[in-house]
Design a protein around this ligand. Structure first.
Ligand SMILES: [Zn+2]
Length: 305
């Protein structure tokens, strides 16, 4: 509507005037949604008065992030002419019709009209906006996730990394998680049939899963107690400091192991088929080989498997 002149933008301006004008009862659901979003992001939208700007004199907050009625301090919108600023400008100066309210005129004259024809609606003073800027604003109130880099390495396999993320966030539907939701399933771990199934047990207190992960990452044998996923990731962070390739490689290894272990758990629970940890270890290694072979220095990384 503001930055691109098109038949649609002209029609929207003609029909609705501004997304900051309260929508009437006949407005479409889409337009009502546009107005709701515009109201939520009002503080991020700034205006630059250009010659062709279809900025609404009455509804838009073009006076240093305030609307004319907010400056006048009376919510009397009817006293402000329902015009667009481009109807009041001509070659970088203001042109007012006769009988134009003097108090509104005084406000307008405090602002200069830019000579260029550039964009008139800015995102936080910037005309070059990327989709990322909107995403950043959308999540600006969310707390910073300090461990996201541990979960999402550079060359991850998304199908595998998602399971690592689910594990850390409590998203895997293990027996204990289902119990909380009043879903009754067998309690025992399908991999060792000795302990109750929890995320903590599966990764990696269970002797079946620890046998696999400790073969893939021999350094884990030095732990006094069996580590959980976050402890392994944290350990790797220090162990491979300054060796980005190795760090990335082992994260891919862990996520791959996690994916295959969870798949094996499901095959045992729902498919009545089981393989031993050595066979599973071989399929994990094969999967890692397939992925890592194309990497730079792959031979250096793969000789550690
Ligand atoms: Zn177990």
């Amino acid at each position: 509507m503001y930055n691109t002149a098109s038949p649609l933008s002209k029609w929207l301006v003609h029909r609705y005037r501004s997304p900051w004008k309260p929508p009437n009862a006949l407005a479409s659901k889409l337009w009502q949604s546009v107005c709701k979003t515009a109201s939520a992001i009002k503080s991020c939208c700034n205006f630059k008065i250009t010659q062709s700007a279809p900025i609404s004199l009455r509804w838009d907050h073009w006076c240093n992030s305030l609307s004319v009625s907010e400056i006048l301090g009376n919510n009397c919108y009817d006293a402000i002419p329902d015009l667009l600023l481009n109807e009041l400008t001509s070659t970088s100066s203001w042109v007012f019709p006769v009988n134009f309210p003097s108090n509104v005129r005084d406000i307008c004259e405090k602002f200069s009209v830019a000579a260029d024809q550039g964009q008139c609606l800015l995102w936080k003073q910037s005309a070059n906006v990327k989709f990322n800027n909107f995403i950043d604003e959308f999540y600006s109130n969310s707390p910073n996730c300090t461990w996201y880099k541990l979960i999402w390495p550079k060359k991850y396999i998304i199908k595998h990394a998602v399971f690592m993320w689910l594990t850390v966030n409590g998203g895997l539907k293990t027996a204990d998680a289902l119990k909380i939701r009043n879903i009754v399933v067998p309690d025992l771990c399908s991999l060792c049939l000795l302990h109750n199934e929890t995320v903590k047990h599966l990764f990696f207190e269970c002797h079946y899963t620890f046998a696999i992960i400790s073969k893939l990452i021999p350094g884990l044998n030095s732990f006094l107690l069996r580590p959980n996923l976050m402890q392994i990731l944290d350990w790797m962070h220090l162990e491979f400091k300054g060796k980005a390739d190795f760090k990335n490689f082992y994260k891919v290894v862990i996520s791959c192991a996690l994916y295959h272990i969870w798949k094996e758990r499901n095959s045992r629970r729902f498919g009545n088929s089981a393989i031993c940890h050595t066979t599973l270890l071989l399929s994990i290694k094969r999967n890692i080989f397939d992925k890592v072979m194309s990497w730079k220095n792959s031979w250096l990384l793969l000789e550690n498997l």
